[in-house]
Design a protein around this ligand. Structure first.
Ligand code: F6P
Length: 355
């Protein structure tokens, strides 16, 4: 009997269920009744406290297009790297649960922080397979994460809707797009939504240049401007601040409202801010993500069949490839300011607030 554990960790996204379905269907199809799947509840918490449900073949049916996660999730447990908390050793507890269930392996569907924990569990001797989840697409070792394309669709829809009202009212609109400290999501949604200005964490912006781009549009008879702004975007001045100082400033005025105030000061134009927020992580996965998740799930099952553990299933040139978890842990896949996508966008006249 093969015994496989499964958990979803970190912020949710649209294609978690589709990925678990991919793994589950492939394993039940291959092993029949010679496999048992244990789903741990609410991420690593379930593994720590032995809260779980057994997942039968029927549990993987009808969830391909269901958003969220049938297992629940929570943020990964070592944000502050506190392995022992109030006398409770988290790693020891997870190892014990793994042992008690006599698991052959554990599949972790998670992003950066969660895969860091996967690598740690691998180091502790557990058989782990990582699956690349996050709307941010900032996980090192894979071209693509599941959830990203669905989020791009939603953020693009938000920009599309804002376009018409911005044009009617001749307003400047800032659409704040998720992505944490990385600009992949705002860059893609900004281009897909035809934004005039795209502001990313990787390219600190100069407010004078942003104002100039808005004024130039005005002079050209374009009385509205769409700004796709990453939630982690920074002005050149803010980029110089220490983390604590920046946090203090952000509590007073979130980045997008700060930018709105400065634009009003410098251009006199009416500015509005729209924050699609967690809608970007919600709802059904898009067809791209359903296909990607199905393939990732099958590739994870393939690794289990071969007994090949300790890898993240990554995507390279549209192929599913195993990447050692220790290579992935602790790294971010940021946007290269010199990448061809940015050069192409600049050629079209899109401003990134830097030149
Ligand atoms: O990592 C996914 C993400 O949605 C980021 O884009 C965002 O910064 C963060 O999670 C929001 O986290 P929370 O749901 O905890 O507010």
């Amino acid at each position: 009997m093969l015994r496989v554990g499964m958990l979803t960790s970190g912020g949710d996204c649209q294609s978690l269920n589709a990925t678990m379905r991919g793994i589950g269907k492939a394993l039940f199809n291959y092993y029949g009744d010679k496999v048992e799947i244990i789903g741990f509840l609410d991420g690593y918490k379930g593994l720590m406290h032995n809260e779980y449900k057994e997942l039968k073949a029927k549990d993987f049916s009808g969830i391909l297009d269901e958003g969220g996660t049938i297992l629940g999730t929570s943020r990964q447990p070592f944000k502050m790297m506190r392995v022992v908390e109030d006398g409770f050793d988290k790693v020891a507890a997870m190892k014990q649960t793994y042992k008690d269930h006599k698991l052959d392996c554990l599949c972790v569907l998670g992003g950066n922080g969660s895969q860091k924990t996967s690598a740690l569990l691998k180091e502790e001797g557990l058989n782990v397979i990582g699956l690349p989840k996050t709307i941010d697409n900032d996980l090192w070792g894979t071209d693509m994460t599941f959830g990203f394309q669905s989020a791009v669709n939603i953020a693009t829809d938000a920009i599309d809707c804002i376009h018409t009202t911005a044009a009617s009212h001749s307003r400047v609109f800032i659409i704040e797009i998720m992505g944490h400290k990385v600009g992949q999501l705002p860059l893609h949604a900004g281009i897909a939504g035809g934004a005039d200005i795209i502001l990313l964490p990787e390219i600190p912006y100069d407010i004078e240049i942003v104002a100039k781009a808005i004024k130039k549009r005005e002079e050209e008879g374009k009385h509205f401007t769409i700004i796709a702004m990453a939630e982690g975007a920074l002005s050149k001045e803010d980029a110089k601040l220490k983390k604590k100082e920046l946090e203090k400033r952000r509590v007073k005025t979130p980045a997008s409202y700060d930018l709105a105030n400065r634009i009003l000061e410098l251009t006199g134009q009416e500015v509005r801010v729209t924050v699609p927020g967690h809608t970007q992580r919600g709802g059904r996965p898009c067809p791209y993500d359903r296909v990607l998740s199905t393939r990732l799930g099958a590739a994870a099952a393939q690794l289990i069949i071969k007994g090949k553990y300790g890898y993240l299933v990554g995507v390279h040139n549209n192929e599913m490839v195993p990447v050692p978890l220790e290579d992935v842990a602790g790294k971010l896949k940021t946007v290269d300011p010199k990448c061809s996508m940015i050069k192409e966008a600049k050629l079209l006249g899109i401003s990134f607030g830097d030149e």
